[in-house]
Design a protein around this ligand. Structure first.
Ligand code: SF4
Ligand code: SF4
Length: 177
């Protein structure tokens, strides 16, 4: 889980072909200029590119409950207590795996395996060969669009520190994902 934003902003460049340029050459150049999330696979990205995919929504930091009979997974409005809900960042990012053993450090392989990742998550979208949405900071150029699009959980979640675990089922929601 990567509720942290590291920007490596490479918004898609919009090219207009010079009037004397062959359209096929223009098309070839456009392919060359594709941004990294369109031109590289998840496995090919460097660390900076990889981390910049995280939009900081923090949806993955919401607690989830699994139905032991069906295996279905439900999101709750309860969020990990290490999430700073004002910034949407993990307040112990470097130590998160140590402090919260269930916190998953995403890898390309895990993005293909974890079926509970939010369907808006850039890692999941790219693993499923889907485009990034217009509100993604790499495209819009600002994290504000994540909030404006209603994707960020900021101000919508309740800390796990405030709700006993045996009451989490009452906080199951479909609204945030
Ligand atoms: S759901 Fe995906 S994009 Fe959102 S914070 Fe988690 S890793 Fe980042
Ligand atoms: S430790 Fe908690 S807040 Fe931090 S990344 Fe993991 S789930 Fe999110």
């Amino acid at each position: 889980m990567l509720p942290r934003l590291l920007f490596c902003c490479s918004p898609k460049l919009l090219y207009k072909p010079p009037s004397n340029q062959d359209p096929s050459e223009f098309s070839r150049m456009n392919k060359i200029k594709k941004p990294f999330w369109e031109s590289k696979s998840l496995d090919e990205m460097n660390k900076q590119e990889w981390e910049s995919l995280c939009d900081g929504c923090a949806r993955c930091c919401l607690q989830k409950l699994e139905d032991i009979d069906t295996g279905d997974i439900y999101y709750t409005q309860i969020v990990c207590q290490l999430l700073d809900q004002k910034t949407g960042n993990c307040c112990q990012y470097e130590k998160r795996s140590e402090l919260v053993p269930t916190c998953v450090s995403l890898t390309p392989e895990k993005t293909r395996e974890l079926n509970w990742m939010p369907d808006t998550c850039a890692y999941r979208l790219l693993a499923e060969n889907k485009p990034l949405p217009a509100w993604h900071p790499l495209i819009s150029g600002t994290p504000d669009t994540v909030i404006a699009a209603g994707i960020s959980i900021r101000g919508q979640a309740i800390s796990e520190a405030d709700v006993p675990e045996d009451e989490w089922e009452s906080y199951i929601t479909e609204k945030l994902i």
